[in-house]
Design a protein. Structure first.
Length: 119
């Protein structure tokens, strides 16, 4: 049996090709195993991408804070409206009703005079 050199070369080339394809199919590598980067790590904390903000102005001292609180509470009490006291609200409502009646009377008087005058 004589096998030609040409057939031997074909068979050996085919064997090498089959062996190399078989090696590729059976190799299981971890994804990105050749990368220097590792995957995400669960650190148990929320990601923080920005630096902590710093105060742009000087901070209040405790004395300044107390003084500011007292000034604002005085200003707040000075702005209390009539709804804070029912008697004041009732008096204000009565004044508005009286003013309304006076204006209605004045308006009727003005309209009565203007309609009676000839044009």
């Amino acid at each position: 049996m004589s096998i030609s050199v040409k057939n031997i070369m074909r068979l050996s080339g085919g064997a090498i090709l089959i062996a190399s394809l078989g090696a590729c199919a059976s190799q299981q590598t971890a994804p990105m195993s050749n990368s220097p980067l590792t995957g995400p790590v669960n650190t148990g904390t929320y990601p923080h991408f920005t630096p902590d903000p710093k105060g742009e102005t000087t901070q209040f001292t405790p004395e300044e804070k107390d003084a500011l609180r007292s000034r604002t509470s005085v200003a707040k009490s000075g702005q209390a409206g009539p709804s804070s006291d029912p008697a004041v609200a009732a008096r204000r409502q009565a004044e508005l009703q009286l003013l309304k009646k006076q204006q209605e009377a004045d308006l009727k008087e003005i309209e009565g005079k203007s309609s009676s005058t000839p044009q």
